[in-house]
Design a protein around this ligand. Structure first.
Ligand SMILES: CC(C)(COP(=O)(O)OP(=O)(O)OC[C@H]1O[C@@H](n2cnc3c(N)ncnc32)[C@H](O)[C@@H]1OP(=O)(O)O)[C@@H](O)C(=O)NCCC(=O)NCCS
Length: 162
């Protein structure tokens, strides 16, 4: 299944919430302490520095995953029923392109919870390298990507729909 990423709108809120609550996204993602799935979505809809994206299958309008811009990087998630089918890598690759267009020339960082093997595989497949841990996030590993060959901006897919 191929997926395309677009900016989330308020109409996507309930569908995305169902997914992130099911994954317990706050436990999986490296977020601020006491941050919840609901906050992940709400902040992503309201704050352009944490802009929320959703990923839809090309043959269906259903939301299969998504992600969010984070300081200096991004995060991503996939509906559990679609895990291990390559969607995580597709979504992360598209978010990386978006992120690089927003932060041209800057090092992109991913904070990945220790033991999250699939996420580490995705980071490494995209060219990220382990750079250490962060004293403020002892449960996380930091991966960095310094140079990324920017493809075309996925503009049409990223038009905000409110
Ligand atoms: C992490 C996550 C996005 C991966 O999504 P996914 O669609 O299953 O990922 P993919 O199918 O693209 O798999 C990526 C790689 O991880 C591997 N993988 C998937 N699940 C795995 C697991 N449980 N253990 C080990 N490797 C795993 C896949 O085989 C693939 O590696 P390969 O290319 O060498 O075969 C998904 O599990 C998720 O949403 N987790 C909760 C949120 C999260 O942790 N986000 C990442 C933090 S930024």
């Amino acid at each position: 299944m191929n997926v395309g990423v677009r900016l989330a709108s308020v109409r996507d809120r309930d569908e995305v919430l169902k997914i992130v609550e099911r994954i317990e996204v706050a436990a999986q993602l490296v977020l601020a302490p006491r941050s919840s799935g609901w906050q992940y979505v709400e902040i992503g809809l309201r704050n352009c520095r944490h802009r929320l994206y959703v990923a839809e299958g090309q043959k269906t309008d259903a939301i299969l995953g998504g992600g969010r811009l984070e300081p200096g990087g991004f995060s991503y998630f996939v509906h559990p029923e679609w895990w291990r089918q390559g969607l995580g890598l597709q979504i992360a690759r598209q978010l990386l392109t978006i992120c690089c267009h927003r932060l041209p020339g800057e090092t992109i960082r991913l904070a990945i919870r220790r033991g999250n093997l699939s996420s580490i595989k995705i980071a490494e497949a995209l060219g990220f390298r382990f750079s250490g841990s962060d004293a403020l996030m002892p449960h996380a590993l930091v991966f960095e990507l310094e140079h990324f060959d920017l493809g075309p901006h996925p503009g049409g897919d990223c038009i905000e729909r409110h």
